[in-house]
Design a protein around this ligand. Sequence first.
Ligand code: FMN
Length: 113
Amino acid sequence: MNPRVVLGLSGASGAAIGLRIFEILQSLGAETHVVATRAAERTFAEEIAPDAMGRLRARAEYWYSVDNIGAPIASGSFPTAGMIVAPCSMRTLSAIAYCNADSLLNRAADVHL
Ligand SMILES: Cc1cc2nc3c(=O)[nH]c(=O)nc-3n(C[C@H](O)[C@H](O)[C@H](O)COP(=O)(O)O)c2cc1C
């Protein structure tokens, strides 16, 4: 069975790192579940291309709105091999560190921890 991995993209510099991780996970055959913050949409547009996030979204098998706090990855009983948050903004880092599960990305990180 292919490993299931959650990829969280937030609005820090390094959008290309997030994109590259997505590509590597895909090349490894991982079942990749992606959630991106609104700020990540901005950094992808500024650092890669205006349609970069849209193109990534079209390639992702599983893509969730950051507001969808009822998505499967929000549940601690949804088994995964792990979660990667990259790039990780200071805002998202602090939300994860303090269990501020106010978005799907932060909630998914919370249940992974
Ligand atoms: C082009 C660009 C680059 C940014 N780079 C960073 C960064 O490297 N680190 C950071 O913490 N915030 C950075 N920010 C600011 C965050 O996007 C902002 O704090 C945002 O509220 C983070 O929201 P999020 O954690 O929901 O993604 C950047 C913003 C823009 C537009």
